[in-house]
Design a protein around this ligand. Structure first.
Ligand SMILES: [Zn+2]
Length: 185
């Protein structure tokens, strides 16, 4: 049995706010950010993950032991157990899981969970697809059946087409198409 180590697709959250994170140059956090972005970029551009990149990930894992094992009673069973010291079976409802050593607001902890969640996503789906929105630049996972996915959300698609139309109208002889502008609002 192999417990899941991270929140699903947590890497998207961290990648999309990575620009705003301030960090020491040459520190572990910076290396983690670079590795995370390089890994995401190799998925986006449909490249093979290089041995060198995997080596860098393993070096991060070696430098920062972020996760420990934990065993807990399944919570419902725990209550039952406390109440009545029930049957043997109730006592044996356990779950083996992991937890992060550091608090969730720490930058290195967040980058660690992001790297792990991206690796888990790739492990689960080797043909994982990642894209960046042509309107806002955010990273996202396209819907599996979308033929051409260029935007992270319908909001961005609408904004993009609205602006495109507006600049087109301004560029032509001012033939503003009121109907189309209305549609986009
Ligand atoms: Zn977007």
């Amino acid at each position: 049995m192999c417990p899941t180590l991270s929140r699903e697709n947590y890497f998207l959250t961290v990648i999309n706010e990575a620009k705003r994170h301030e960090m020491q140059s040459g520190g572990l956090e910076q290396e983690m950010r670079e590795v995370l972005l390089t890994l995401a970029e190799s998925v986006r551009s449909n490249q093979v993950i290089s041995r060198n990149l995997l080596h860098r990930v393993n070096q991060i894992f070696e430098a920062y032991q972020a996760i420990r094992l934990k065993v807990s009673l399944v919570s419902k069973m725990e209550d039952l157990f406390v109440e009545e010291h029930k049957t043997e079976r109730a006592q044996r409802q356990i779950v083996l899981h992991t937890e992060f050593v550091d608090k969730p607001d720490q930058l290195k902890r967040r980058y660690m969970e992001a790297i792990i969640s991206l690796l888990e996503a790739i492990e689960k789906n080797p043909s994982l697809n990642l894209l960046t929105c042509i309107h806002c630049g955010d990273w996202y996972i396209p819907y599996p059946r979308a033929k051409v996915a260029k935007f992270c959300s319908s909001n961005c698609r609408n904004r993009h087409h609205y602006i495109l139309r507006k600049t087109k109208d301004a560029g032509s002889d001012g033939k503003a198409s009121g109907d189309e502008l209305m549609k986009m609002k």
